[in-house]
Design a protein around this ligand. Sequence first.
Ligand SMILES: Nc1ncnc2c1ncn2[C@@H]1O[C@H](COP(=O)(O)OP(=O)(O)OP(=O)(O)O)[C@@H](O)[C@H]1O
Ligand SMILES: [Mg+2]
Length: 324
Amino acid sequence: MHKRGDPPSLIRLGSSGPAPAQRPRTERAISQELAKEWFKRGKELGAGGYGETKTYEVQDTEYRAALGPVVVVKRFNDDGYDDDDMLAIRELARREHDAHHEAWKRMPPDCQQYLAQPATMSFEDDVNVGSYLVQALVGEEGLTTLSWGKFGEMLDTTGTQLDPGYKEWIARSFGDMLGCIANARMVHKDFNSENVLMLTNLGQPGSSGALRFEWRLIDWGIADVRGQRDQALEPALCADDLYGWEAMPGFRFVGGDGTCHGEKPGLVRSMYLLLRGDNVLDADVAYWIRKGFADKTGLRTPPTLEAAWQERRTAEEAARAARA
Ligand SMILES: Nc1ncnc2c1ncn2[C@@H]1O[C@H](COP(=O)(O)OP(=O)(O)OP(=O)(O)O)[C@@H](O)[C@H]1O
Ligand SMILES: [Mg+2]
């Protein structure tokens, strides 16, 4: 890292380290009653559109071994709703649970590293108990957990200009994470500034040496499974805009209906706006995301996208030269 004005160095982050050791899976499902109890005793963490989250320090050794010492309990907001609504809310919780588990199950360890491990819940309790989900806390010793939004604010308010090598790493690993979702034949559909988290040592007092960045994606509430886990894909990646340099990469099934499955178009833009600065071109950030995605999925980039990118890159360079 350097502040604006320092010459950029080209230090690269090698890898974000080995994937976390696999913990044994929970044997017993967590009942809604038990999760409610944990929620009652938990500490405030966050609030979003559907409910409230708390952290809870697990006492039970079996759950602790499976999920880690601290879990997140999400309570689906049901204040003031009647019985039919309670049933619908329970279904929302179950849907999120199932999609989160499906993503976890379909991903190899190098992709699971982007997720918070979901706990297995049971949904048999009476709906009037409320609806809860439990998952591992995103957090790692020595690193701060920040939402994507907060990370952006931190860069802005401190005037931090990351080295290009770090920017490349951040964008490529973001593309790698997108590739993991594509490899699972799923779409998350809810990438927003609070559902994408980042673990970093940036800004920590005394954090000298290499910076660390790791992405985590939470909130699988509206995620979809789009095919069988190994269903064959068209060899080229697709995009919402096949002639757009900032197109969001996606995937298509062989023999499918031609739908390009992927996350929402504005994501690439969010990322180049986050990483924008004198030491990097917007086109390059878009390229790194696509490259991360392509490397992970093995899908090749269609020539139209390559050409659009090249054209944008040349234009950006010319604009910079004219300003200099
Ligand atoms: N596993 C986790 N580790 C750390 N923080 C978490 C975790 N899960 C949730 N949080 C925090 O709690 C907040 C709310 O959680 P979540 O996004 O799952 O629910 P929501 O925002 O209510 O749902 P939606 O985004 O669909 O409206 C998150 O933005 C995040 O700050
Ligand atoms: Mg959320």
